[in-house]
Every structure is written in C-alpha cells, then in structure tokens.
Design a protein. Sequence first.
Length: 100
Amino acid sequence: MKILALEKEILGITDDQFTPSLLKKEARQAWELHQAGIIRDLYFRSDRNEAVLILECKDVEEAQSVLATLPLVKAGLIAFEIIPLIPYKGFARLFSEEFV
C-alpha cells in the first residue's frame, strides 16, 4: 500500500535542536529505509522546511512503526500525518457507456 507521510510542525521546537549529529543519523536511517524499498520517494516542501515521504507499507500501522524509527521522530522533533492512498479509478469513466 502506498502511504503519503507529511511532516507536521511541532510547536515549541527550535532550529538549534536539530543538531548536525542528529540530522546525519536521520539521513542514514532514511537511506536505509530507501534501500529497503520502504521509502519510495522523499522530498522537502518548497514552501516550508518539512518533509514529504511516499512509503510502501502493508498498512497505516506499519507506516507508523517505520516512521517511529527515524531519529528526529524518536527525539520528538518531528511528527507525520499519515495518509493511506489507493489507485485512481476515474479513468474507467473513459471506457464506460454510463458516462458517454
């Protein structure tokens, strides 16, 4: 199942809490999850400094468990909104007599 994970701002967190050591650990864990095929895509939003991930997981619970392994999540510096996705089925309308 594809899962969209949107980083959410946590009030009260300051930039100085994101230490270089912690950020390196975060990048290493994200790399490991990418190499394992769990993180399929990883982006930063262009309008604010928040991550957007596309995960391949069995379900939302697995996505939550995977995200909980990230050092910034463990440290309580970031959290994610998790959105399960399903395939778009609207193209079927192009081939159905019902929609002619």
